[in-house]
Design a protein around this ligand. Structure first.
Ligand code: UDX
Length: 476
C-alpha cells in the first residue's frame, strides 16, 4: 500500500517506520523543514527504543522516505495518515489548527481519491469537521475523499512494541471499503505474520490482534476515554496514598491486593508525583472541555486533574519536612523525563519541581541519561552530571522524579556514604522503604507506612522528627 504520513513527531515517526517495516511504501512530511532535513540526513530527533534502527533500515530498503514538499507527499499516497500535534489551548481545548491546515493542503494538492485517516488525538466529531473541510477546501477539483479515525495507543518508551504488538487496533469508518483498506494495512499485525525487528528469535506475546471497527465518533471517543481512565486510576491511587499516610497503612499492600481483582487490574496504580507527558494531561483537559461543551457533568474528570495538580505541592511538603531549609542546600535529581526510556520532558513534574527548588535557593544538579540535553536547554542553571553517583556526591538530598529501573538498581550503600546527608525523597515510590531504612537513609515516599523500628533522628534534625516518617542517624 502507498501511505503518506503528515507530521513527523513521535507518533508519525513510529507509525511511518512500523508501516514501512510491515512492507508498505511510506512517504513522511512535516511543515518543519529543518526536522525533515535532519531525518533525511539520518538524524532522529527523539529518543525512542528501536526507532533509529527501524528508520535507517527502511530508508535503506527504500520503503520509507522523507520530503519537505508536502504537495508531493499528498500526491504520493492513496492513504494519508494525519499525525500532527493537537496541543492544548489556554482554554484546555485541543488546538485543531494543524488539522485544519492539513485538510486544506490535502484538498488543494490531491489529484486522485484519498482515504484520509486521523491518527492525531482529537475530540469526538473532529472527523465530521475534517470531512466537511476537505469538501469545502477542494474547490471545484472533484477529487473524492473518505475519512476514517485510527487512534494510537503508543506509550513513549515502548511505542514500537505497542505498535507491533497492540492490545487492539481501533478503526472508525463509514463504509465497508474503508474497513477493508485499513484491515489490509494492518493485516501482518492482525495475523501475527511479520518479521518482528524487536524479537528476532520469536515474539513472546505473539497472538492475533482484534481489529475493532466502530463509527468515527466512537473511535475518537475511545482514545480520550481510555487515556482519561488511565489518568483516573493514577489520581485514585494518589488519593489512596494520601489516606494511607493518615491511617498508617501501606499503599503498596493496598494497591497490590486491589490490582488482583481483574475488574480493577494492577496497572496504573503507582502513587507518587502523578502523571505528566504530552498525552494524559492534555487529553484529560480536552475531554473535560468536550463534556462541558456537550452539557455533560465533567466533575469526575475535573477531579482527576485537580488531584494530579496537587502532587507537586505534596512532594514539596515532604521536601520541606526532610530538608527544613531549602536555601543553600545541594539537591540532586534522579530522572527528569516524565517517564523512563524517553527524552521527553513536556509537562514533566520535574519542570515544576526544579522551578520551585531554584526559587527557594537550592543548588540543583541532575542525572537523566536520555533527557538531560533537552532539560539543560530549559534550565541551564541546573548542573547535569554523567552518573547518578556524581549527583549523589555531597548532596543534602536526592529526589527521585522518574520511575526508571536504573535507579532501583543503584548501589545505595555506596550512595549513602557519598551524600552530605542521607536523605531520599522518592516521588515515584520506586525504592523499597525498608531496605532504604536498613542502609540508614531517611526516606520519604508516598503512602508508605511509618516503621515502628524507625531509627533515632539525626541530632541536627531532631526538631523535625515528628513528621510521621522514618528518620535515621548517621553511623559513627
Ligand atoms: C499515554 C497512554 O498510556 C498511551 O496509551 C497513549 O496513547 C499516549 O499516552 P504516555 O504518555 O507515553 O502514554 O505515558 P504513560 O505510560 O501513560 O504514563 C503517563 C504518566 O503517568 C507518566 O508521567 C507516568 O510516570 C505516570 N504514571 C503512570 C503514574 O504516575 N502512575 C502509574 O501507575 C502509571
Amino acid at each position: 500500500m502507498r501511505i503518506t504520513l503528515i507530521g513527523c513527531g513521535y507518533v508519525g515517526l513510529v507509525t511511518g517506520a512500523c508501516f514501512a517495516e510491515l512492507g508498505h511504501e511510506v512517504v513522511c512530511t512535516d511543515s518543519d523543514r529543518e526536522r525533515i532535513a535532519k531525518l533525511k540526513a539520518g538524524s532522529v530527533p527523539i529518543y525512542e527504543p528501536y526507532l533509529d534502527n527501524l528508520l535507517s533500515a527502511n530508508c535503506r530498503a527504500r520503503r520509507l522516505s522523507f520530503t519537505d514538499d508536502a504537495g508531493e507527499a499528498v500526491r504520493a499516497g492513496d492513504i494519508i495518515f494525519i499525525c500532527v500535534g493537537t496541543p492544548p489551548l489556554e482554554t484546555g481545548d485541543a488546538d485543531l489548527s494543524a488539522i485544519d491546515s492539513v485538510a486544506r493542503l490535502i484538498a488543494l494538492e490531491a489529484q486522485t481519491p484519498k482515504l484520509v485517516v486521523e491518527k492525531s488525538t482529537v475530540p469526538a466529531q473532529t472527523g465530521q469537521q475534517l470531512k466537511r473541510a476537505l469538501g469545502l477546501y477542494r474547490g471545484g477539483n472533484g477529487v473524492q475523499f473518505r475519512v476514517a479515525s485510527n487512534p494510537e495507543f503508543l506509550r513513549e518508551g515502548t511505542a514500537v512494541q505497542d505498535f507491533l504488538h497492540p492490545d487492539r487496533i481501533v478503526v472508525g469508518v463509514e463504509d465497508q471499503g474503508t474497513e477493508s483498506v485499513l484491515r489490509e494495512i494492518y493485516r501482518p499485525i492482525l495475523e501475527g505474520k511479520f518479521r518482528c525487528p524487536m524479537h528476532t528469535t520469536g515474539c513472546l506475546d505473539a497472538r492475533s490482534v482484534e481489529l475493532v471497527i466502530t463509527t468515527i465518533n466512537s473511535a475518537e471517543l475511545i482514545k480520550h476515554a481510555s487515556n482519561s481512565f488511565l489518568a483516573m486510576k493514577i489520581s485514585y491511587a494518589n488519593v489512596i496514598a494520601d489516606l494511607c499516610e493518615k491511617v498508617d497503612a501501606d499503599i503498596h499492600e493496598v494497591t497490590r491486593a486491589m490490582g488482583m481483582d481483574p475488574r480493577i487490574g494492577a496497572a496504573f496504580l503507582n502513587a507518587g508525583l502523578g502523571f505528566g507527558g504530552y498525552c494524559l494531561p492534555k487529553d484529560v483537559q480536552a475531554f473535560i472541555r468536550l463534556a462541558e461543551r456537550c452539557g455533560v457533568d465533567a466533575g469526575l474528570l475535573r477531579e482527576i486533574e485537580r488531584v494530579n495538580k496537587r502532587r507537586v505541592d505534596q512532594f514539596f511538603e515532604k521536601v520541606g519536612q526532610g530538608l527544613w531549609v531549602v536555601k543553600g542546600k545541594r539537591v540532586g535529581l534522579l530522572g527528569l523525563a516524565f517517564k523512563p526510556n524517553t527524552d521527553d520532558i513536556r509537562f514533566a513534574p520535574s519542570l515544576e519541581v526544579v522551578r520551585r527548588l531554584i526559587a527557594d535557593g537550592a543548588q540543583v544538579c541532575a542525572y537523566d541519561e536520555q533527557a538531560m540535553g533537552k532539560f539543560s536547554a530549559v534550565f541551564p542553571e541546573v548542573v547535569c552530571q554523567q552518573s547518578p553517583y556524581e549527583v549523589a556526591d555531597g548532596a543534602d538530598a536526592l529526589l527521585v522524579l522518574t520511575e526508571s529501573p536504573e535507579f532501583s538498581q543503584l548501589d545505595w550503600g555506596r550512595i549513602y556514604k557519598m551524600m552530605a546527608r542521607p536523605l531520599v525523597i522518592d516521588g515515584r515510590n520506586l525504592l523499597d522503604p525498608a531496605s532504604m531504612n536498613e542502609i540508614g537513609f531517611e526516606y520519604y515516599g508516598f503512602g508508605c507506612r511509618r516503621q515502628s523500628s524507625a531509627p533515632t533522628p539525626m541530632p541536627a534534625y531532631a526538631a523535625e522528627a515528628d513528621v510521621g516518617v522514618r528518620q535515621v542517624s548517621l553511623p559513627s
